[in-house]
Design a binder for this molecule. Structure first.
Ligand code: PLP
Length: 719
């Protein structure tokens, strides 16, 4: 096996007493351990914000005198010692949940591949929910001690930075990431040359180097084609997420799927099972077939072996939304491969073939489904939709027997929980609650949190959101980037006493960000009521090629800037994980209005629930399972209309009725101490029921028992 060298760029010349900060900075454990973040933040709060909460960048820029001030403070050093000890203990722990539950499987390996990973805002290689889910999956795998290794891409232009023009048109900018300012390390061979893999693309080989990201105990390997030896175009192959050019897309997916298998093999990792998060990585099935066939395994036996170890998670309930390629591209990119496999063109194309209204296509989820023994959707309703959608692949099975199950998504509790809320949990939940997040019994004591303390934390978190919006806008104003109307839109009139609703997500049309504007007069009356005002904060990006999505942003922005809303509508630009944290922690109500059943799961509402924010959503995706009649509100009914306009009208009417008759009166109904006791009762019911059920901990344990363990056990002979 190749010897691997990891050269951490430098040790930041830290004073010896706190040199462990370098160790902390290079492992993303700090992302979900706030006390570790505070070791940096404490030294220079302003700089910490300016470097986007990136410890590496922070250490490069921090003023030495400030570091010296900190090491003269006993409380700082105490905090430092405690945190480093906890980190070292965490990394060395040989008694994790996995160790205890599966002592027989300690030598097994799970590979997890995804097109995007959202771990922290300072590593912008994610676009939205899919990436955040992948990132959360790694963090929880680390916490539970799973033997999992992940592969993805490091996009050197990241996802775009969003700015809205005065007229609400989304403008995009791609910043070039500087990897030396990021917590990644390039893997080198024994000659200190970059460790590289290659894949064959038409007429050439394309090389990629490998960056490693330590996510607690989990290694994430990120491929990067920006290396010497590649043509200028190939060096750009991994520059950006979600290209619209099908040739770039298929090349990226060959690199992720086939290159991913080669990268793990080069690193000496031999996975027992392979988990494809969405279809983007499904070419890994082909690479694994090739390996087996090359080693002399007959094709049909190889197929069965490959299938046995593969798990596929689908996230897309809309047929057109599935990743797919025209057949001529397969001819161009795979004719050599099917020859090597001893397959005819037709046999190969059959692996991914789907007739579409626009012609026959090679569809990545079809490939993944054909070559995975196990597959799942991401909520119960999405499971139903998926079995129907893919029934044609099992023509002799009834819809309910289509072998696609579901594991409802969850969120990584410690990543999304506000520090102050965590302190309340420490005070009122049974000790060790963090090791029992998925156990309902541990959450019963939420009821015992005194109303005034809970209210105090909620008000504190809303204040933080308001100051954040104010401050962002002040900076934009100072820099001459915005007009007065845009300053209003950015939130200068936001205040912490009004009932605040959040709506933040990708601006895909089915999410209907503009639904609330269906009856503008009625909405205006609601917002500007003198006694019971309401403010709504929007955030979100549209894919750069999604013109209808950008038009919805514009429609929302025009309403936000309109003086009739009195500054009670706000749009925060450049939605990312940082802004997501402020919003899910700071608002009172989290609104979600997808057109049923297009929201496969959704996760932002789960992050909101964690922090005492109430869900106000269509009964789609996860909320259909989470809603119990007392822990939030359901917009509309459990039905789908044939006519989308009728559906929009009905759902909009439901939004206004609920706001006027239930949400707003409940929020403003105060006891003599000015505390909304009825509201807080609902908050407690929401936290008690939703936090354990929609945790990544519950989700990962389900993957373990229903997918990973059966696959490992059945696939026992493949090593
Ligand atoms: C959680 C999160 C999402 C997912 O939101 P949903 O609309 O609920 O799927 C998207 N983007 C960011 C930045 C997030 O943090």
């Amino acid at each position: 096996m190749t010897k691997i060298i990891r050269e951490y760029p430098n040790s930041f010349n830290l004073p010896k007493r706190i040199e462990g900060l370098s160790r902390l900075a290079h492992n993303l454990w700090w992302v979900w351990n706030i006390e570790a973040q505070r070791l940096f933040q404490y030294i220079d709060t302003q700089l910490w914000d300016n470097v986007n909460h990136n410890p590496i960048s922070f250490m490069h820029h921090v003023d030495r005198t400030r570091v010296n001030l900190a090491i003269n403070e006993p409380t700082y050093l105490e905090q430092y010692d405690r945190t480093i000890a906890r980190f070292d203990q965490y990394m060395a722990d040989q008694n994790t949940w996995f160790h205890q539950s599966y002592p027989d499987l300690l030598t097994r390996q799970i590979a997890y591949l995804s097109f995007e990973f959202g771990i922290h805002e300072s590593i912008p290689v994610y676009a939205g929910g899919l990436g955040v889910l992948s990132g959360d999956h790694l963090k929880e795998s680390s916490d539970l001690g799973l033997p999992l290794t992940a592969v993805g891409f490091i996009y050197n232009q990241g996802y775009f930075v969003q700015h809205l023009s005065e007229d609400g048109w989304q403008e995009t900018r791609n910043a070039l990431l500087d990897f030396s300012e990021m917590p990644v390390v390039e893997l080198l061979d024994e000659n200190r040359k970059p460790l590289q893999i290659s894949v064959e693309l038409p007429g050439r080989k394309v090389y990629a180097r490998i960056w490693e990201l330590e996510v607690g105990r989990i290694a994430l390997y990120l491929l990067d084609s920006n290396v010497e030896g590649n043509s200028p175009a190939d060096r750009q192959l991994t520059a950006r997420l979600y290209s619209n050019d099908p040739e770039i897309r298929i090349s990226q997916e060959i690199l992720l799927g086939m290159g991913g298998v080669r990268a793990l093999s080069l690193l000496g990792i031999t996975p027992d099972i392979w988990h494809m998060n969405e279809g983007h990585s499904a070419f890994l099935t082909i690479e694994r077939l090739r390996d087996l066939v090359k080693a002399g395994t007959p094709l049909n036996v190889a197929m069965e072996k490959v299938r046995a170890g593969n798990i596929f998670t689908t996230h897309t309930p809309v047929p057109a939304g599935n990743d797919q390629f025209p057949l001529w591209l397969l001819d161009k990119y795979f004719s050599q491969v099917w020859t090597e496999l001893g397959m005819t063109r037709d046999q190969f194309i059959d692996l991914g073939r789907q007739a579409q209204p626009w012609g026959e296509m090679f569809v990545m989820p079809v490939l993944a489904l054909h070559l995975s023994e196990r597959a799942n959707a991401v909520s119960e309703l999405h499971g139903r939709v998926s079995r129907k959608m893919w029934n044609f692949l099992w023509p002799d099975k009834a819809e309910r027997d289509v072998p696609i199950g579901y594991v409802t998504n969850g969120v990584h509790t410690k990543t999304w929980l506000a520090r102050r809320m965590g302190l309340l949990f420490d005070a009122y939940l049974p000790t060790g609650w963090l090791n029992h997040i998925d156990e309902l019994a541990y959450w019963e004591d939420i009821r015992s949190i005194p109303d005034d303390e809970l209210w105090g934390v909620l008000r504190h978190l809303k204040n933080k959101l308001v100051s954040f919006a104010n401050e962002q806008t002040r900076q934009a104003w100072l820099n001459g980037r915005i007009t007065p109307a845009q300053a209003v839109a950015g939130g200068v009139f936001m205040e912490p006493y009004a009932l605040t609703i959040g709506f933040a997500r990708r601006f895909a049309t089915y999410k209907r960000a503009n639904l609330i504007f269906h009856d503008l007069d009625r909405l205006t009356r609601i917002l500007t009521d003198t006694h019971m005002p309401v403010q709504i904060v929007f955030a979100g990006k549209a894919h750069p090629a999604d013109e209808p999505g950008k038009l919805i942003i514009q429609e929302v922005y025009r309403a936000v800037k309109d003086s009739r809303s009195g500054g009670r509508l706000v749009f925060i630009e450049d939605y990312d994980m940082n802004i997501a944290r402020y919003l899910v922690q700071g608002v009172d109500v989290w609104m979600n209005t997808p057109r049923r059943p297009n929201e496969a799961s959704g996760t932002s509402g789960m992050k909101a629930a964690l922090n005492g924010t109430l869900n106000f959503s269509v009964l789609d995706g996860w909320w259909r399972e989470g809603y119990n009649g007392q822990n939030g509100w359901a917009i509309g009914s459990e039905r789908e209309f044939a006519n989308p306009d009728e559906q929009d009208a009905a759902d909009a009417a439901s939004i206004y009725d609920l706001l006027e008759n239930q949400v707003i009166p409940l929020y403003y109904d105060r006891n003599p101490e000015k505390i909304p006791t009825g509201w807080l009762e609902m908050v407690k019911e929401s936290m008690r029921t939703l936090i354990p059920q929609f945790s990544l901990c519950r989700m990962l344990k389900e993957y373990m028992t229903d997918y990973y363990v059966p696959a490992i056990t059945e696939n026992g002979g493949s090593k």
